[in-house]
Design a protein around this ligand. Structure first.
Ligand SMILES: NC(=O)C1=CN([C@@H]2O[C@H](COP(=O)(O)OP(=O)(O)OC[C@H]3O[C@@H](n4cnc5c(N)ncnc54)[C@H](O)[C@@H]3O)[C@@H](O)[C@H]2O)C=CC1
Ligand SMILES: O=C(CO)COP(=O)(O)O
Length: 339
């Protein structure tokens, strides 16, 4: 396949990186930016003035702040790369213009507050003319800056439909960007959303000076609870051993490039969340997802103790030392508590 008409929604770090990647690869790509000044700057200087500022973007990448019905309707693929809490706001005005033949790729990683919906469910609600076979998830360990720099990266592309997964795989796949297919989109989105919450805990653990044993335990038990939530939603447990599971969990929980890790680290050092978020200048999805994920685990009746304490630290101001004591003081367990 070559030269698809692709529309990427969201000119933040990830949308910009993916759009640049596709344009460089020869796909006809338009990046939608909420702010006119971002669209203008990309078109005129090939730079995004707010995100990935060090990257010179492909001169073939076009940006727009206006989504005409024709542009939306003629797009063969629409990639959604706005933070989950803004997906609804971004999709609502254009939903009616999306062709049932268009394939929709969700690259956002989170759970909507209130509805507890993940990206696929939001798309299904807002774009009912799109069949579930035309929806895919792109997830995995992929910091936007590294994608934009063409640094070796591997991701997973999941869809209920094999042909869609393969189509999107081919769309993104390059020598430096390996895309694998998967038939477990729900598992992939559970993994992507929940790892951000564990990354907050991981950062906090390091920020408060917990040592290596605790860190490894936190990540491993984090993966166990992500897997439990995923399985309760019908996902394949093997998905959580893959790029979108352990791969992204490892990346996000151990790198200072991760915004969720960074936010957690500073909370661990005793800083106030509001101040940390003010200075971040970017989205840390785990903060909102902590609440949704906690509520989702309760709704599914799944034990998710790390998610619970992250929620309590952020939303009920539980002291960190108490959160650690709560985790350590839980009943003895069998290591594997899912079937
Ligand atoms: N940055 C990364 O390395 C990666 C990000 N992701 C996911 O991609 C999604 C987007 O993240 P980033 O591009 O990193 O975000 P960002 O923090 O870089 O950019 C903010 C984005 O939010 C949008 N936004 C801000 N306020 C808004 C509002 N009121 N209404 C509508 N849109 C608004 C902006 O237009 C912009 O697209 C998230 O779900 C994130 O988890 C996934 C993989 C990698
Ligand atoms: O999801 C990511 C990389 O795969 C980005 O993580 P952060 O949002 O924590 O920066």
């Amino acid at each position: 396949m070559s030269n698809s008409q692709v529309l990427v929604l969201g000119a933040g770090n990830f949308g910009t990186a993916l759009a640049h990647h596709l344009a460089k690869k020869g796909e006809t790509t338009t990046l939608w930016a909420r702010r006119q000044e971002i669209a203008n700057a990309i078109n005129q200087t090939h730079q995004n003035p707010f995100y990935l500022k060090s990257v010179t973007l492909s001169p073939d990448l076009k940006a727009t702040a206006t989504l005409s019905s024709d542009l939306v309707n003629n797009s063969e693929v629409i990639v959604i790369a706005v933070p989950t809490q803004y997906m609804r706001q971004a999709l609502e005005p254009i939903a009616q213009h999306i062709s049932p033949n268009t394939r929709l790729v969700c690259a956002s990683k989170g759970i909507e507050m209130g509805t507890l919906k993940m990206p696929i469910a939001i798309v299904e609600e807002l774009v009912p003319q799109t069949s579930k076979e035309n929806i895919a998830i792109l997830s995995g360990p992929s910091f936007a800056i590294e994608v934009a720099q063409d640094a070796p990266t591997a991701v997973s592309i999941a869809s209920h439909d094999e042909k869609t997964a393969e189509f999107i795989q081919t769309l993104f796949h390059t020598g430096a960007f390996r895309a694998y297919t998967s038939n477990d989109p729900i598992g992939l989105e559970v993994a992507g959303a929940l790892k951000n919450v564990i990354a907050l805990a991981s950062g906090a653990a390091r920020g408060m000076g917990l040592q290596n044993n605790a860190w490894a335990a936190l990540l491993t038990r984090g993966l166990a609870e992500i897997t439990r939530v995923g399985m309760a939603m019908g996902s394949n447990p093997i998905t959580f051993n893959g790029l979108g599971g352990v791969g992204d969990l490892f990346l996000t929980c151990t790198s200072e490039k991760s915004r969720n890790y960074k936010v957690g680290f500073q909370i661990g050092q005793g800083k106030q969340l509001a101040d940390v978020l003010d200075q971040l200048g970017s989205v840390a999805e785990g903060v909102t997802t902590a609440q949704s994920a906690f509520q989702l685990s309760q709704k599914l009746n799944v034990d998710a103790p790390i998610t619970k304490v992250v929620y309590e630290v952020i939303y009920t101001k539980k002291p960190l030392q108490q959160a650690v004591a709560d985790l350590l003081g839980r009943d003895k367990k069998a290591e594997v508590t899912y079937p």
